[in-house]
Design a protein around this ligand. Structure first.
Ligand SMILES: [Zn+2]
Length: 206
């Protein structure tokens, strides 16, 4: 199977998934993706919200390394905010004017007509079904010089895919190696400015 991101034919099977030798993306077979209806049902079982301290601590893994890159006041978009927008509240406390967007729960697509100083995207990119166009949209929302902050659990060569818990969520369909972000940065004219080598990567649009 050709890579669904970089289209190279140089891929190999990694357990039940496919890995690309060029961009290092690991992806499930698109034939097995959930339908939109099943996705909605699955996402509706996520009940994260701003009263859940564990969820706030989790989001701070993204917010804390983002702080040094933020101007005093900034316009931001939380792309894929889920049913209980929380990241936006954390960003508002530190000078952000923040819009929420979610393809299921906050479908105000007007906010996708603007560009932002900061775009956050937490636990979203692993759900991208049309990875090339989804990344094209995501990166198009960032102003030149602006920041894109991503959280998703990275896949590494050391992970035993077969027993890796992160892939067990059926709506998690694409997994990013650090090398995948290098590919994406080049493809979409971004520069990696922070990488925790685990789950958080921050990029600046050139
Ligand atoms: Zn690839």
């Amino acid at each position: 199977m050709n890579c669904i991101l970089c289209q190279t034919s140089e891929t190999f099977l990694r357990e039940s998934a496919t890995e690309c030798t060029h961009c290092a993306l690991v992806f499930k077979n698109p034939k097995n993706y959930y339908t939109h209806t099943k996705d909605v049902l699955r996402y509706s079982t996520h009940n994260n919200n701003h009263e859940d301290q564990g969820y706030i601590d989790f989001l701070n893994l993204l917010v804390n390394p983002l702080v040094p890159f933020l101007p005093i006041k900034f316009m931001a978009l939380d792309f894929g905010c889920g049913p209980g927008p929380t990241l936006s509240l954390l960003l508002e406390k530190i000078g952000g004017v923040v819009e929420n967007y979610d393809p299921i729960f906050f479908t105000n697509s007007k906010v996708l007509e603007n560009t932002y100083d900061v775009v956050t995207c937490s636990e979203v990119v692993e759900h991208f079904k049309n990875i090339e166009t989804d990344w094209a949209l995501l990166t198009s929302l960032v102003k030149p010089g602006g920041i894109l902050a991503i959280m998703t659990l990275f896949i590494t060569e050391q992970i035993n895919y077969k027993s890796w818990w992160y892939k067990n969520d059926p709506t998690h369909i694409v997994f990013y190696n650090e090398k995948t972000f290098v590919y994406l940065a080049e493809r979409f004219n971004l520069e990696i400015v922070f990488n925790d080598k685990k789950s958080v990567i921050i990029l600046r649009k050139k």
